[in-house]
Design a protein around this ligand. Structure first.
Ligand SMILES: CC(C)(COP(=O)(O)OP(=O)(O)OC[C@H]1O[C@@H](n2cnc3c(N)ncnc32)[C@H](O)[C@@H]1OP(=O)(O)O)[C@@H](O)C(=O)NCCC(=O)NCCS
Length: 162
C-alpha cells in the first residue's frame, strides 16, 4: 500500500535522491530550476509517496511563481521510483495534488514536460507564457484550476518574490 504524505523539511534529501535516480545528471542546470532557487516548495501540495516500509516510491513538488501580475504554481519535479513506474502512482500524485491546489485557492498550474503524458490530466500547451530560456515552448503546459484561469495570462515566468 502506498500513502501520499505532505513533504516535510526532513524529507528533503530522500526526495532529492529519488530525483537524482529518475532524472539525467545535471537536472539542476535546467532553466526551470532558476525559478526554484532560494524559494521553498509549497507546503501541503508537495507530497511524498511512501510504501508500507516507509520507503520513498514517488514525489511531487510545487513552486509558486509570477507571470505578469498573476500568480501560478509551477509543478515539478514529479518522479516515481523505477520499481513502481506504470502502477498509476504518478497519476495519483498529480491528481491528488491538483485537487489540493484547487481547494487551497490556487487558480492555475504550469509545468515543463511531455505533453503526451500530461494531457491526460488536462494540461494544454500555453502560448504567450515564456519560461526562462532555453526552454522548448512546446513543453510549456498549463492547467486551469478555475474556469478561464489562463485567459489573458501572458509574459515571462518569474521567480517568486514573496
Ligand atoms: C513520468 C512518471 C512520473 C510517470 O509516473 P508513473 O507512475 O510511471 O505513471 P502512471 O503509472 O501514472 O502512468 C503510466 C503511463 O504514463 C505513460 N508515460 C510515462 N511517462 C511518459 C512520457 N514521458 N510521455 C508519455 N507517456 C508517458 C506510460 O507509458 C503509461 O502509459 P499507459 O497508461 O498508456 O500504459 C515516471 O515515469 C517517472 O518518474 N519518470 C522519470 C522522471 C520523469 O520523466 N518525470 C516527468 C518529467 S516531465
Amino acid at each position: 500500500m502506498i500513502e501520499l504524505i505532505a513533504e516535510l523539511p526532513q524529507d528533503r534529501w530522500e526526495v532529492e535522491a529519488l530525483y537524482d535516480l529518475c532524472f539525467a545528471p545535471g537536472r539542476e542546470a535546467l532553466s526551470s530550476y532558476r525559478l526554484r532557487d532560494d524559494v521553498a516548495p509549497v507546503p501541503g501540495l508537495s507530497q511524498v509517496a511512501r510504501d508500507e516500509l516507509g520507503i520513498v516510491a514517488g514525489a511531487i513538488r510545487f513552486w509558486p511563481v509570477h507571470i505578469g501580475d498573476k500568480d501560478a504554481l509551477l509543478l515539478g519535479p514529479v518522479a516515481v521510483h523505477p520499481t513502481h513506474q506504470g502502477e498509476g502512482l504518478g497519476g495519483s500524485l498529480i491528481r491528488d495534488s491538483l485537487a489540493k491546489a484547487e481547494s487551497s485557492g490556487w487558480a492555475r498550474v504550469l509545468l515543463v514536460g511531455d505533453a503526451p503524458y500530461y494531457q491526460r490530466f488536462g494540461f494544454e500547451r500555453l502560448s504567450g507564457v515564456e519560461m526562462p530560456p532555453p526552454t522548448n515552448p512546446l513543453r510549456v503546459l498549463g492547467f486551469a484550476l478555475k474556469p478561464g484561469a489562463w485567459d489573458d495570462v501572458s509574459g515571462t515566468v518569474r521567480r517568486w518574490q514573496g
